[in-house]
Design a protein around this ligand. Structure first.
Ligand SMILES: [Zn+2]
Length: 160
């Protein structure tokens, strides 16, 4: 059975990220929790991908409006900064969408810093031989890399 909370979570989770509209806030793991008390008051927790994220106010307003539109007028959207967002929270669907969008997804750290040495693969040809051209791309979350195999220049969603 789909509960009201599940429904709110599904619809709010489908809101696109303002900086990367190909991904939803659920894909990115920005939507942390949705709760409702007996009186119908809805609490939502969101965590930005990095503190000072300029898209945060937009996301907060989108979530609030989207839930009000479903008839739940008593909504509080809370920004939770601790624990800090990590690329580990990105869903598998989110990683697949990034790749389809031509952005190399963050590497999974698996709590092992050695794993950070694993290659960033080119989203066009899958070659692991890529190098960083610039640490910051179109957003602070992304770096710009070039593939040594096919010459493609592509963004990489950095692990953090
Ligand atoms: Zn390539």
């Amino acid at each position: 059975m789909v509960t009201a909370i599940d429904e709110i979570r599904r619809i709010a989770g489908a809101i696109p990220d303002p900086e990367m509209p190909a991904l939803t806030i659920a894909d990115l793991g920005i939507l942390r929790d949705v709760r409702m008390d007996g009186s119908g008051h809805v609490d939502v927790d969101i965590t930005p991908t990095y503190s000072g994220c300029p898209a945060l106010d937009v996301i907060r307003e989108d979530v609030e409006r989207c839930i009000r539109d479903q008839g739940y007028t008593d909504v509080a959207v809370r920004v939770v900064l601790s624990p800090a967002w990590t690329t580990e929270w990105m869903s598998e669907a989110g990683r697949v969408k990034l790749r389809e969008y031509g952005i190399a997804p963050p590497r999974q750290q698996l709590f092992d810093l050695q794993a950070l040495k694993i290659a960033v693969e080119c989203p066009r040809c899958d070659s692991p031989r890529t190098h960083e051209l610039a640490h910051f791309g179109s957003t602070q979350c992304q770096a710009v890399r070039r593939c040594d195999a096919c010459g493609e220049t592509f963004p990489h969603f950095k692990e953090h």
